[in-house]
Design a protein around this ligand. Structure first.
Ligand SMILES: *Cc1c(COP(=O)(O)O)cnc(C)c1O
Length: 301
């Protein structure tokens, strides 16, 4: 838990702490560790020796699964969206180094990842596998994320978390004390589907904590960044010595700062932001971030 000191927070009477889930494990960081925990136990219980999952070429989930596979000595298979020639990068090199078997699938095929026919084909091809959805998102993942509350001993009025598939947010909401309101920051455009996605998980978990989805801090699309976002990140990292990733945690914290500035977080509130990790994916953005630093709109106040 790290406390963030900012004159602006002082002016608005708000306190902000960050839970450093990025420090959970040297390679399996943040929410991906939490999401994999019960899935790995379940795979073992059901006697599977192989896990198969899906992801993009910079996927934090693929990276985490490969690392866990190596540590627990289970075979992992990654179906990666896109062509192999376009997909040589440190995330995939690390996955290969861990022994993950990588297969590249075109976008049309990748879109079939939920179809029973396609999954049947995969089982024919690879033999019996424990299947993990994209992002490792399922109910066992939600259950694992909810456990982060065991490490929070102080009361907070608001908790902020970034959302891609929404499983992490559902875990945070389902485990939260009743007096806490969860603010979910969507990192992709058209995130209305997240409401249903998260509600679906919550119905199964049973919950009563209030939550709210912010769908206006996506900066254009998933993994899209702006000069203002990079300026915010650079300033934040320099002042607080906490590394962020531009895809998830930077957008979430930008949203938190904006909500405080707009007075949407009442004075006297204590806010907890979850640092969900994801720092390995940063290298994929480094070139674009560097070019945005010379943009005329590179500024944060
Ligand atoms: C995957 C990821 C998320 C989003 O998790 P979901 O459960 O898909 O919503 C948030 N932050 C980081 C750093 C991630 O890697």
């Amino acid at each position: 838990m790290q406390y963030i000191s900012e004159p602006m927070f002082h002016a608005f009477g708000v306190e902000l702490a960050i839970k450093r889930e990025d420090m959970l494990h040297p390679v399996v960081s943040g929410n991906k560790w939490r999401k994999l925990k019960y899935n790995m136990l379940e795979a073992r219980k059901q006697g599977y020796k192989t896990l198969l999952s899906f992801g993009g070429a910079y996927s934090n989930h693929i990276h985490a699964l490969a690392g866990v596979g190596r540590e627990l000595d289970v075979t992992t298979i990654g179906l990666i969206r896109g062509e192999s020639f376009a997909n040589d990068n440190p995330t995939l090199s690390y996955a290969r180094h861990c022994g993950m078997q990588l297969y590249f699938v075109d976008r049309a095929t990748y879109r079939r990842r939920h179809e029973p026919d396609y999954i049947e084909e995969l089982m024919q091809r690879f033999g019996p596998c424990y299947l993990l959805p994209e992002g490792g998102s399922n109910l066992l993942a939600v259950k694992g994320v909810a456990e982060l509350w065991q490490e929070v001993s102080e009361p907070f009025d608001y908790v902020a978390v970034a959302a891609g598939t929404g499983a992490t947010a559902a875990g945070v909401i389902s485990g939260a004390p009743l007096a806490t309101e969860i603010r979910v920051f969507a990192v992709l455009k058209g995130a209305g589907f997240l409401r249903n996605e998260i509600s679906g998980y919550l119905d199964e978990m049973g919950y009563t904590t209030p939550w709210r989805l912010h769908d206006n801090y996506h900066f254009g699309a998933y993994a899209r960044i702006s000069p203002q976002l990079v300026a915010f990140m650079d300033r934040f990292e320099a002042l607080h010595q906490i590394p962020l990733d531009p895809v998830y945690t930077a957008k979430m914290l930008y949203g938190v700062y904006d909500q405080i500035r707009q007075g949407a977080i009442p004075p006297g509130s204590r806010v907890l932001a979850i640092h969900t990790g994801g720092l390995q994916g940063r290298h994929g953005m480094e070139t674009r971030m560097q070019s945005l630093r010379t943009h005329k709109e590179y500024a944060y106040e």
